[in-house]
Design a binder for this molecule. Structure first.
Ligand SMILES: O=C(O)CCC(=O)C(=O)O
Ligand SMILES: [Fe+2]
Length: 336
Protein backbone atom coordinates (compact mmCIF):
# COMPACT_ATOMS: atom_id res chain seq x y z
CA UNK A 1 0.00 0.00 0.00
CA UNK A 2 1.71 3.22 -1.22
CA UNK A 3 1.60 6.08 1.30
CA UNK A 4 2.74 9.67 1.28
CA UNK A 5 5.41 10.49 3.88
CA UNK A 6 2.92 12.77 5.64
CA UNK A 7 0.13 10.19 5.85
CA UNK A 8 -0.21 8.19 9.08
CA UNK A 9 0.97 4.57 8.69
CA UNK A 10 -2.55 3.14 8.33
CA UNK A 11 -1.45 0.22 6.18
CA UNK A 12 1.23 -1.11 8.51
CA UNK A 13 -0.50 -0.39 11.83
CA UNK A 14 -3.88 -1.74 10.67
CA UNK A 15 -2.21 -4.69 8.89
CA UNK A 16 -3.19 -7.34 11.39
CA UNK A 17 -6.87 -6.35 11.43
CA UNK A 18 -6.97 -5.97 7.64
CA UNK A 19 -5.38 -9.36 7.08
CA UNK A 20 -7.90 -10.99 9.36
CA UNK A 21 -10.97 -9.44 7.71
CA UNK A 22 -12.76 -12.64 6.96
CA UNK A 23 -15.93 -11.72 8.81
CA UNK A 24 -18.37 -11.69 5.88
CA UNK A 25 -21.19 -10.13 7.91
CA UNK A 26 -18.98 -7.27 9.00
CA UNK A 27 -17.88 -6.52 5.44
CA UNK A 28 -21.40 -6.67 4.03
CA UNK A 29 -22.58 -4.35 6.80
CA UNK A 30 -19.91 -1.80 5.91
CA UNK A 31 -20.56 -2.16 2.18
CA UNK A 32 -24.31 -1.78 2.56
CA UNK A 33 -23.67 1.46 4.44
CA UNK A 34 -21.91 2.77 1.37
CA UNK A 35 -24.76 1.59 -0.89
CA UNK A 36 -27.31 4.03 0.44
CA UNK A 37 -24.97 6.97 -0.06
CA UNK A 38 -27.10 8.28 -2.93
CA UNK A 39 -29.87 9.32 -0.54
CA UNK A 40 -29.57 12.90 0.61
CA UNK A 41 -30.59 14.04 4.08
CA UNK A 42 -32.78 17.09 3.67
CA UNK A 43 -31.39 18.74 6.76
CA UNK A 44 -33.19 22.07 7.46
CA UNK A 45 -31.30 25.16 6.29
CA UNK A 46 -31.71 28.20 8.54
CA UNK A 47 -30.85 31.74 7.52
CA UNK A 48 -29.29 33.33 10.61
CA UNK A 49 -29.58 36.84 9.22
CA UNK A 50 -33.20 36.60 10.46
CA UNK A 51 -31.87 36.79 14.03
CA UNK A 52 -30.75 40.37 13.38
CA UNK A 53 -34.11 41.39 11.99
CA UNK A 54 -35.79 44.45 13.42
CA UNK A 55 -39.07 42.61 13.22
CA UNK A 56 -39.46 40.55 16.36
CA UNK A 57 -41.78 38.10 14.59
CA UNK A 58 -39.08 37.10 12.12
CA UNK A 59 -36.52 36.65 14.89
CA UNK A 60 -38.94 34.50 16.89
CA UNK A 61 -39.79 32.45 13.80
CA UNK A 62 -36.08 31.81 13.20
CA UNK A 63 -35.56 30.72 16.81
CA UNK A 64 -38.50 28.35 16.50
CA UNK A 65 -37.01 26.83 13.35
CA UNK A 66 -33.75 26.23 15.21
CA UNK A 67 -35.48 24.51 18.14
CA UNK A 68 -37.69 22.40 15.87
CA UNK A 69 -34.71 21.21 13.82
CA UNK A 70 -32.83 20.34 17.03
CA UNK A 71 -35.84 18.29 18.14
CA UNK A 72 -36.62 16.56 14.88
CA UNK A 73 -33.20 16.13 13.32
CA UNK A 74 -30.65 16.84 16.06
CA UNK A 75 -29.00 18.76 13.29
CA UNK A 76 -29.44 21.81 11.04
CA UNK A 77 -27.50 23.83 8.52
CA UNK A 78 -26.95 27.56 8.83
CA UNK A 79 -26.23 30.28 6.30
CA UNK A 80 -25.30 33.93 6.94
CA UNK A 81 -23.52 32.71 10.05
CA UNK A 82 -20.75 35.29 10.11
CA UNK A 83 -17.87 33.15 8.78
CA UNK A 84 -16.94 34.70 5.43
CA UNK A 85 -16.00 32.61 2.40
CA UNK A 86 -12.58 34.26 2.62
CA UNK A 87 -12.01 32.86 6.13
CA UNK A 88 -13.23 29.43 5.02
CA UNK A 89 -10.81 29.48 2.10
CA UNK A 90 -7.96 30.57 4.37
CA UNK A 91 -8.85 27.83 6.86
CA UNK A 92 -8.40 25.28 4.12
CA UNK A 93 -4.92 26.64 3.42
CA UNK A 94 -4.13 26.44 7.16
CA UNK A 95 -5.22 22.83 7.22
CA UNK A 96 -3.16 21.90 4.19
CA UNK A 97 -0.17 23.60 5.82
CA UNK A 98 -0.69 21.80 9.13
CA UNK A 99 -1.28 18.32 7.70
CA UNK A 100 1.24 18.25 4.85
CA UNK A 101 4.13 17.84 7.23
CA UNK A 102 6.10 14.64 7.83
CA UNK A 103 4.08 12.25 9.99
CA UNK A 104 6.85 12.08 12.59
CA UNK A 105 6.80 15.87 13.04
CA UNK A 106 3.04 15.84 13.56
CA UNK A 107 3.35 13.00 16.04
CA UNK A 108 5.53 15.22 18.24
CA UNK A 109 2.65 17.67 18.73
CA UNK A 110 0.39 16.98 21.70
CA UNK A 111 -2.53 18.30 19.66
CA UNK A 112 -2.20 15.59 17.01
CA UNK A 113 -4.38 12.44 16.76
CA UNK A 114 -4.72 9.81 14.09
CA UNK A 115 -6.95 6.82 13.43
CA UNK A 116 -7.63 4.06 15.93
CA UNK A 117 -4.30 2.20 16.26
CA UNK A 118 -5.58 -0.10 19.01
CA UNK A 119 -8.68 -1.26 17.05
CA UNK A 120 -9.14 -4.99 16.77
CA UNK A 121 -11.95 -5.24 14.20
CA UNK A 122 -12.67 -3.71 10.84
CA UNK A 123 -15.62 -1.54 11.88
CA UNK A 124 -13.46 0.15 14.54
CA UNK A 125 -10.74 1.24 12.12
CA UNK A 126 -10.80 4.94 11.24
CA UNK A 127 -8.98 6.58 8.34
CA UNK A 128 -8.37 10.14 9.57
CA UNK A 129 -5.87 12.43 11.23
CA UNK A 130 -6.74 15.52 13.29
CA UNK A 131 -5.48 18.41 15.39
CA UNK A 132 -7.36 19.19 18.60
CA UNK A 133 -6.90 22.84 19.46
CA UNK A 134 -8.39 24.02 22.77
CA UNK A 135 -9.45 27.66 22.74
CA UNK A 136 -6.79 28.42 25.33
CA UNK A 137 -4.40 28.26 22.37
CA UNK A 138 -6.07 31.42 21.09
CA UNK A 139 -3.64 34.33 20.92
CA UNK A 140 -0.69 32.03 21.56
CA UNK A 141 2.10 33.48 19.51
CA UNK A 142 5.12 31.43 20.53
CA UNK A 143 6.16 28.41 18.56
CA UNK A 144 7.21 25.45 20.63
CA UNK A 145 7.59 21.83 19.66
CA UNK A 146 4.62 20.63 21.65
CA UNK A 147 1.90 23.20 21.11
CA UNK A 148 0.27 24.39 17.93
CA UNK A 149 -0.28 28.13 18.17
CA UNK A 150 -3.36 29.45 16.42
CA UNK A 151 -2.68 31.48 13.33
CA UNK A 152 -4.62 34.69 12.77
CA UNK A 153 -7.04 32.79 10.54
CA UNK A 154 -7.71 30.02 13.06
CA UNK A 155 -8.11 32.70 15.74
CA UNK A 156 -10.73 34.48 13.65
CA UNK A 157 -12.53 31.25 12.83
CA UNK A 158 -12.51 30.11 16.47
CA UNK A 159 -13.82 33.44 17.74
CA UNK A 160 -16.72 33.56 15.30
CA UNK A 161 -17.72 29.91 15.74
CA UNK A 162 -17.46 30.06 19.54
CA UNK A 163 -19.75 33.12 19.64
CA UNK A 164 -22.11 31.40 17.23
CA UNK A 165 -22.16 28.19 19.29
CA UNK A 166 -22.96 30.15 22.45
CA UNK A 167 -25.71 32.10 20.71
CA UNK A 168 -27.35 28.96 19.30
CA UNK A 169 -27.02 27.16 22.63
CA UNK A 170 -28.75 30.08 24.35
CA UNK A 171 -31.61 29.99 21.85
CA UNK A 172 -32.06 26.27 22.51
CA UNK A 173 -31.79 26.80 26.29
CA UNK A 174 -34.28 29.67 26.29
CA UNK A 175 -36.93 27.32 24.90
CA UNK A 176 -36.32 24.99 27.85
CA UNK A 177 -36.58 27.84 30.34
CA UNK A 178 -32.93 27.50 31.34
CA UNK A 179 -30.63 30.18 32.71
CA UNK A 180 -29.01 31.88 29.70
CA UNK A 181 -25.73 32.57 31.48
CA UNK A 182 -25.07 28.83 31.83
CA UNK A 183 -22.87 28.44 28.75
CA UNK A 184 -20.82 31.58 29.41
CA UNK A 185 -20.18 30.41 32.97
CA UNK A 186 -19.46 26.75 32.29
CA UNK A 187 -18.16 26.32 28.74
CA UNK A 188 -14.65 27.52 29.40
CA UNK A 189 -11.94 28.06 26.74
CA UNK A 190 -9.74 25.23 27.98
CA UNK A 191 -12.55 22.73 27.29
CA UNK A 192 -14.01 24.11 24.05
CA UNK A 193 -11.91 23.17 21.08
CA UNK A 194 -11.44 23.24 17.34
CA UNK A 195 -10.82 19.93 15.63
CA UNK A 196 -9.24 20.16 12.19
CA UNK A 197 -9.56 16.83 10.41
CA UNK A 198 -8.07 15.33 7.29
CA UNK A 199 -9.31 12.08 5.75
CA UNK A 200 -6.55 10.78 3.46
CA UNK A 201 -7.42 8.76 0.36
CA UNK A 202 -8.29 5.26 1.45
CA UNK A 203 -7.43 2.42 -0.97
CA UNK A 204 -9.70 -0.03 0.86
CA UNK A 205 -12.82 2.14 0.97
CA UNK A 206 -15.66 1.22 1.55
CA UNK A 207 -14.40 -1.49 3.91
CA UNK A 208 -13.40 1.02 6.59
CA UNK A 209 -14.82 4.29 7.89
CA UNK A 210 -13.18 7.67 7.76
CA UNK A 211 -14.76 8.19 11.17
CA UNK A 212 -16.86 5.58 12.96
CA UNK A 213 -20.56 6.16 13.70
CA UNK A 214 -20.85 8.26 16.86
CA UNK A 215 -22.69 11.06 18.60
CA UNK A 216 -20.66 14.02 19.83
CA UNK A 217 -20.08 14.22 23.59
CA UNK A 218 -20.50 18.00 23.85
CA UNK A 219 -23.47 20.43 23.94
CA UNK A 220 -23.25 21.22 20.27
CA UNK A 221 -20.84 21.07 17.36
CA UNK A 222 -20.42 23.49 14.47
CA UNK A 223 -18.94 21.75 11.46
CA UNK A 224 -17.62 22.89 8.12
CA UNK A 225 -16.96 20.18 5.54
CA UNK A 226 -15.21 20.71 2.22
CA UNK A 227 -16.65 19.86 -1.20
CA UNK A 228 -15.78 16.14 -1.20
CA UNK A 229 -18.67 14.73 0.84
CA UNK A 230 -18.77 11.59 2.94
CA UNK A 231 -20.57 12.84 6.04
CA UNK A 232 -23.72 10.85 6.79
CA UNK A 233 -26.31 10.97 9.53
CA UNK A 234 -28.61 8.30 10.84
CA UNK A 235 -32.31 9.09 10.48
CA UNK A 236 -35.13 6.61 11.08
CA UNK A 237 -32.64 3.74 10.91
CA UNK A 238 -31.13 4.85 7.56
CA UNK A 239 -27.79 6.46 6.80
CA UNK A 240 -28.28 9.57 4.70
CA UNK A 241 -25.76 11.83 2.99
CA UNK A 242 -25.19 15.33 4.26
CA UNK A 243 -24.10 16.73 0.92
CA UNK A 244 -21.60 19.59 1.02
CA UNK A 245 -23.07 23.04 0.47
CA UNK A 246 -20.69 25.89 -0.05
CA UNK A 247 -20.54 28.44 2.77
CA UNK A 248 -22.91 26.42 4.93
CA UNK A 249 -22.11 25.33 8.46
CA UNK A 250 -23.65 22.23 9.99
CA UNK A 251 -24.82 22.37 13.60
CA UNK A 252 -25.12 19.06 15.45
CA UNK A 253 -26.69 18.51 18.85
CA UNK A 254 -24.42 16.60 21.22
CA UNK A 255 -25.12 14.22 24.10
CA UNK A 256 -25.03 16.92 26.78
CA UNK A 257 -27.87 18.89 25.19
CA UNK A 258 -29.88 15.70 24.83
CA UNK A 259 -29.49 14.87 28.54
CA UNK A 260 -29.87 18.48 29.72
CA UNK A 261 -33.10 18.83 27.71
CA UNK A 262 -34.37 15.44 28.90
CA UNK A 263 -34.51 14.17 25.30
CA UNK A 264 -36.31 17.23 23.88
CA UNK A 265 -33.27 17.79 21.63
CA UNK A 266 -31.62 14.73 20.09
CA UNK A 267 -27.92 14.15 19.64
CA UNK A 268 -27.50 13.01 16.06
CA UNK A 269 -25.56 9.88 15.16
CA UNK A 270 -23.18 10.54 12.28
CA UNK A 271 -20.15 9.08 10.53
CA UNK A 272 -17.74 9.80 7.71
CA UNK A 273 -17.22 7.37 4.85
CA UNK A 274 -13.66 6.95 3.63
CA UNK A 275 -12.95 7.97 0.04
CA UNK A 276 -10.84 5.97 -2.38
CA UNK A 277 -9.98 8.82 -4.73
CA UNK A 278 -9.91 12.10 -2.83
CA UNK A 279 -8.65 13.41 0.48
CA UNK A 280 -11.18 15.37 2.53
CA UNK A 281 -10.90 18.17 5.10
CA UNK A 282 -13.32 19.34 7.76
CA UNK A 283 -13.18 21.62 10.77
CA UNK A 284 -15.41 21.37 13.83
CA UNK A 285 -15.93 23.53 16.90
CA UNK A 286 -17.04 21.68 20.05
CA UNK A 287 -18.93 23.50 22.82
CA UNK A 288 -17.90 21.69 26.02
CA UNK A 289 -18.24 22.60 29.72
CA UNK A 290 -15.70 22.22 32.53
CA UNK A 291 -15.34 18.73 34.00
CA UNK A 292 -17.16 19.83 37.17
CA UNK A 293 -20.25 21.09 35.34
CA UNK A 294 -23.29 19.08 36.40
CA UNK A 295 -25.67 18.01 33.66
CA UNK A 296 -29.08 17.95 35.25
CA UNK A 297 -32.03 16.99 33.15
CA UNK A 298 -34.33 20.01 32.75
CA UNK A 299 -37.43 18.53 34.31
CA UNK A 300 -35.59 16.92 37.27
CA UNK A 301 -37.35 14.49 39.62
CA UNK A 302 -38.87 11.16 38.75
CA UNK A 303 -39.78 11.95 35.14
CA UNK A 304 -36.14 12.56 34.19
CA UNK A 305 -34.67 10.05 31.80
CA UNK A 306 -31.13 10.60 33.07
CA UNK A 307 -29.51 10.82 36.46
CA UNK A 308 -27.39 13.91 37.14
CA UNK A 309 -23.77 13.55 36.10
CA UNK A 310 -20.75 15.74 35.70
CA UNK A 311 -19.13 16.23 32.31
CA UNK A 312 -15.91 14.76 33.79
CA UNK A 313 -17.78 11.60 34.76
CA UNK A 314 -19.35 11.35 31.30
CA UNK A 315 -15.99 11.77 29.52
CA UNK A 316 -14.34 9.20 31.75
CA UNK A 317 -17.12 6.68 31.03
CA UNK A 318 -16.77 7.29 27.29
CA UNK A 319 -13.01 6.74 27.47
CA UNK A 320 -13.42 3.57 29.54
CA UNK A 321 -16.01 2.15 27.12
CA UNK A 322 -13.90 2.94 24.07
CA UNK A 323 -10.96 1.15 25.71
CA UNK A 324 -13.09 -1.84 26.70
CA UNK A 325 -15.43 -2.26 23.73
CA UNK A 326 -13.74 -0.27 20.96
CA UNK A 327 -16.68 2.14 20.80
CA UNK A 328 -18.60 4.65 22.89
CA UNK A 329 -21.75 3.50 24.74
CA UNK A 330 -22.89 7.04 25.55
CA UNK A 331 -25.99 8.34 27.28
CA UNK A 332 -27.63 4.96 27.86
CA UNK A 333 -25.09 4.53 30.68
CA UNK A 334 -26.75 7.40 32.54
CA UNK A 335 -30.45 6.56 32.29
CA UNK A 336 -32.44 6.17 35.52
O1 LIG B 1 -15.48 15.35 9.34
C1 LIG B 1 -16.69 15.39 9.52
O2 LIG B 1 -17.47 15.73 8.64
C2 LIG B 1 -17.27 14.99 10.86
C3 LIG B 1 -16.33 15.10 11.99
C4 LIG B 1 -16.93 14.62 13.27
O3 LIG B 1 -17.99 14.07 13.31
C5 LIG B 1 -16.20 14.80 14.54
O4 LIG B 1 -15.06 15.26 14.51
O5 LIG B 1 -16.78 14.47 15.60
FE1 LIG C 1 -18.78 14.04 15.32
Amino acid sequence: MQQEAFDPPFGSVYKQVLEGWCDVDEISELDSGADCSEVEARVPVIDLSCLNEELEDIEEWCKREICEAAQEWGCFQVINHGVSSEILEKMRCEQIKAFKKPFQDKLDLDTYRWGTPSATCLRHLAWFEAFHLPLTHLHTTTTTTTTTPFSTTINQYAKITSNLAEKLAEILAEKLGHNLGFFRENCIPSKCYIRMSRYPMCPISPHVFGLMPHTDSDFLTILHQDHIGGLQLLRNGKWLNVNPKQETLIVMIGDLFQAWSNDVYKSVEHRVNANKHFERFSVAYFLCPSNETMIESSCGGSSSTYRSFSFGEFRQQVQDDVKRFGHKVGLSRFTL
